[in-house]
Design a protein around this ligand. Structure first.
Ligand SMILES: [Zn+2]
Ligand SMILES: [Zn+2]
Ligand SMILES: [Zn+2]
Length: 434
């Protein structure tokens, strides 16, 4: 038997065969590989170049084109990030620049990069409510159906075509109903009303009745057959200022009271309740909201809302209190608040409310990673649209805003959705995560 010899690397306890030592210069294989990795790393660090593709650029259209181009990975190149986010650059586009981006998107789609082209169109529709009516026939022809929000601005001609197709196209009926819901004009509303009164022959192939598709586009049919929007407008962004910007700097937004700990306890798990937002009803975000108190306070248990809807009623002084109509979700009595991270008492301190409104559908495509926290606006549903039913009047409650928990807590995730019933002066909070 050949005698093994120790690896010559300092501190290595391994022994190797003389034949291996001859090949590696006396090192064991793990050491040899480790040394090669280190040498490679040193080489990369010594030769890596910093590349700034945005150097000297000022045209947001050109900047966005680069942002949408995937750079081939090269360990010897480190690409500098642009100083603004994609979302910020999109928001800075003029109408003319939006048109140039639409042209660029279509060019991408026609040359085979459908995903990039479609992403650009979604950003333009969400952030600028750009009209795609001239392009929609081509998108349909290319069978680019998702996200359905692209079809919001379809022309009357396309709408009529979809109303025909939905009767015959078994394969695409789901998506066609969603497109119609997004179009949501008078003709569409009337059609959904007729379907409710006289269910079409294809209705039993669906999981829900046709008129329930409208909630995905943020509205419902009233008993009288009218369109009722399920979210409030205008929409104001809630955003976090960076630590180094100084929490007291109010130049880029107004302070807002939110994420306040409360003395009342959750009737289910016993932890203290949290006021998600506390906003003066005079704030322009609430201009179309009928609220009887001076402030709109949306309070909940941030633990239990993850398992079921938490409703709050307003007492005679307009303060939220636990609703007797709350129904404990399965398992909520077993929740131990100690298993959850306690929200820092100053968690809301770094948030601001924007000074100007943004598009109501700005955050509705959650998967596009918009800044999601807002007052008003269409919810950014992580799962299917789910507007809670008011336990008093049985109407669907209206979305009044949402908080992206990823912005609130370091390891937070998911979105808390806030709702109101104006006739009953009730609030509700629900939650979704991926
Ligand atoms: Zn070794
Ligand atoms: Zn609770
Ligand atoms: Zn109600």
């Amino acid at each position: 038997m050949t005698e093994r010899i120790p690896c010559i690397r300092e501190g290595c306890p391994n022994t190797i065969l003389p034949a291996t030592a001859a090949k590696t210069g006396g090192y064991c294989m793990p050491c040899k590989q480790e040394m090669e990795r280190e040498a490679h790393q040193r080489y990369i660090e010594a030769h890596r170049r910093d590349v700034n593709l945005y150097e000297g650029m000022t045209d947001p259209v050109e900047i966005l084109k680069i942002m949408h181009t995937r750079q081939v990975h090269d360990p010897l190149i480190r690409y500098a990030a642009y100083e603004q986010s994609k979302e910020q650059v999109y928001l800075s586009l003029s109408t003319e620049q939006q048109g140039l981006m639409i042209d660029y998107a279509m060019q991408q789609i026609r040359t085979g990069d459908e995903d990039t082209g479609k992403d650009i169109l979604v950003y333009l529709v969400c952030y600028h409510d750009a009209s795609l009516s001239a392009l929609i026939p081509e998108l349909l022809e290319r069978e680019i159906y998702y996200p359905v929000i692209l079809y919001k601005s379809a022309s009357a001609k396309v709408r009529d075509q979809l109303l025909q197709q939905v009767n015959t196209d078994d394969e695409n009926r789901n998506i066609l109903l969603l497109m119609l819901a997004y179009i949501g004009d008078e003709i569409v509303v009337r059609q959904f009303q007729q379907w409710r009164q006289f269910p079409p022959h294809w209705a039993d192939q669906l999981h829900v009745a046709p008129e329930h598709y409208t909630t995905e586009a943020g509205w419902e049919l009233t008993n009288e057959g009218q369109r009722r929007d399920l979210f409030t407008t205008p929409c104001y962004s809630l955003y976090k200022v960076k630590e180094d910007d100084g929490a007291d700097n109010t130049s880029n937004g107004d302070p807002i009271s939110m994420l306040l700990p409360n003395a009342d306890n959750c009737k289910w798990c016993g932890s203290s309740l949290t006021t998600l937002i506390d906003l003066d009803v005079q704030h322009p975000a609430l201009q179309d909201v009928a609220w009887n108190s001076e402030r709109l306070q949306v309070r909940t248990c941030v633990i239990c809302s993850c398992y079921g809807v938490v409703y709050m009623e307003m007492d005679s002084a307009g303060k939220p209190c636990w609703s007797a109509l709350n129904v404990m979700p399965m398992g909520a009595d077993d929740l131990d608040p100690d298993d959850y991270v306690k929200l820092a008492p100053d968690a809301g301190r770094h948030f601001r409310i924007a000074t100007a409104p943004r598009q109501p559908f700005h955050a509705s495509e959650w998967a596009m990673e918009p800044s999601a926290s807002q007052i008003g606006g269409h919810p950014g549903w992580v799962q299917d649209a789910e507007y809670p039913i008011c336990p008093c009047c049985s109407m669907r409650m209206k979305a009044i805003g949402q908080l992206d928990w990823g912005e609130v807590e370091e390891y937070g995730e998911g979105i808390y959705y806030m709702f109101i019933c104006e006739p009953c002066q009730l609030t509700a909070v629900s939650y979704q995560q991926s």
